[in-house]
Design a protein around this ligand. Structure first.
Ligand SMILES: [Zn+2]
Length: 473
């Protein structure tokens, strides 16, 4: 329920907004452009939601059939375009979100810098109006759609924001996420009690569902360039997944199949947890603690920019016996970038990580898995002595905020795995991933009590060495 204070704030902001619009370079068209950007982010978020449902439906269909082959399950996902669309939406969402983060940072910098002669009064007023417009937008947006903006708010979380209105608007975005998760004081982060679970299923989740269906019902076509990108990824994924059944177990840096591990070459019962996009200042350490508690070792695919930000966390993870691998410098979509930038993402990232950890990573994972079949990218990886690591179980934890449904999705894929072995993809940058991966660790530990060795958890590099030594025996 809106209280008097928030109504007052809204009126106040509207007046400020109207006053400022009439006096500055922040025109109606700037506002329209921002609005288009924001609506695009929300549309992509809702589309992702629909496609995640399709992904889960495909899983359920395959579980009900007796055919338990991971290749046919993924083949269906690829053929239907579900998985390539999910990867495309994620790429586009991050692209738009990053643009907004940058825009906000630039404008806040101008405002914070009011005594600096570098910015003119016009710059100041333009920045003021942009920030006010965004604050107003976030104050008005309904909760389910605020979730689409959550990554923007978390990226800005560490900034010192002097502007009170903007700060409360960002807090509103952050709170939308917190409302979905029942934060506990336990070290493991988040867990959902039955009441919250009920709330989830019948409230916010339903609202997102409704919004997503509304979007589909309007039969608004997905924009052409997104469809094109999804088709490109689809073309690339199909041959990559054929390789899933490859029997070759010898790996070496190369542009061919030997330079690409998918997880389906793993021996029965052998699984690797992989955690991407960190190190994150809070969540990575929670995951590390959970792994240590479960006596499990895993592989962390780190971004060089994050390693630079949190070198101590990266070191702590390595010192705990975990494997550190490279996930590029800044999570760029590598097929889209120039040769120079490609060198930065692959070569420079190796240098940065090696400088902090005194050890060069041997493994690399392409952001969004994009570029496995682009020869200039694979050649660059091979030149750096890197082997590429794909996955065959995707938690899709980057979109799904509900630990319970992430856990269900992973368990279903574990069951569908023909050989009971492979590589599980998580991200150590989200609270829901901390909780979901902990529950999977619990599940595996419990299974091992009754059936020792059912789940042998190892870092990817250790599995490679094991397969190599079996070959030479
Ligand atoms: Zn990633």
């Amino acid at each position: 329920m809106p209280n008097k204070k928030s109504i007052f704030q809204a009126i106040f902001l509207t007046i400020i907004l109207l006053l400022s619009l009439s006096h500055s370079g922040f025109t109606d068209s700037s506002a329209t452009e921002l609005k288009i950007q924001f609506k695009t982010i929300e549309e992509l978020y809702l589309r992702t939601h629909s496609y995640l449902k399709k992904f889960d439906t495909t899983l359920d269909e395959h579980l009900h059939e007796n055919e338990t082959s991971i290749t046919s399950f993924y083949a269906d996902l690829i053929e239907s375009g579900t998985y390539s669309h999910l990867l495309t939406f994620r790429d586009r969402l991050e692209e738009h979100q990053n643009e907004i983060v940058q825009l906000i940072q630039e404008n806040l910098a101008v405002l914070n810098d009011s005594h600096d002669s570098n910015s003119t009064p016009q710059d100041q007023s333009l920045a003021r109006n942009t920030i006010d417009w965004i604050a107003h937008y976030y104050h008005e947006l309904p909760a389910p759609l605020l979730l689409a903006h959550y990554p923007i708010a978390t990226s800005l979380h560490d900034l010192e924001i002097k502007d009170a209105h903007f700060k409360t608007a960002l807090d509103r975005v952050l709170r939308a996420e917190e409302d979905l998760l029942n934060e506990t004081s336990s070290n493991s982060g988040y867990s959902l009690n039955p009441f919250i679970q009920l709330f989830w299923n019948h409230s916010i989740e339903t609202q997102i569902d409704e919004q997503a269906i509304l979007l589909e019902d309007k039969t608004t076509p997905i924009s052409n360039d997104i469809e094109e990108q999804a088709a490109e990824i689809q073309n690339e994924l199909a041959p990559a997944l054929e390789k899933l059944s490859s029997k070759s177990a010898r790996f070496a840096p190369s542009t061919g199949p030997q330079g690409n591990i998918t997880g389906n070459q793993f021996p029965p019962g052998v699984w690797s947890f992989t955690f991407d996009d960190g190190p994150h200042k809070i969540h990575s350490q929670k995951i590390l603690k959970n792994l240590i508690d479960h006596e499990m070792k895993s592989t962390f695919f780190m971004l060089a920019q994050q390693v630079k930000l949190y070198p101590q966390i990266a070191l702590k993870i390595q010192n705990a016996g975990m494997e550190i691998a490279n996930h590029s410098y800044s999570h760029a979509q590598l097929p889209k970038i120039s040769t120079n930038r490609l060198r930065h993402e692959i070569h420079d990232s190796q240098e940065v990580i090696a400088e902090v950890l005194h050890k060069k990573p041997q493994l690399f994972r392409l952001p969004y898995g994009a570029g496995v079949h682009v020869s200039r990218i694979r050649a660059q990886l091979a030149a750096e002595d890197l082997i590429h690591v794909f996955w065959n179980v995707d938690s899709l934890d980057w979109h799904d905020r509900n630990p319970a449904s992430i856990v269900a999705r992973v368990k279903k894929q574990l069951r569908l795995s023909r050989k009971n072995g492979g590589i599980i993809l998580f991200h150590d940058i989200h609270p829901q991933s901390v909780e979901a991966s902990r529950q999977i660790m619990d599940y595996m530990t419990e299974k091992n009590k009754n059936n020792p060795g059912q789940f042998r958890i190892m870092p990817v590099g250790d599995v490679m060495n094991m397969l190599e030594s079996e070959l030479t025996q």
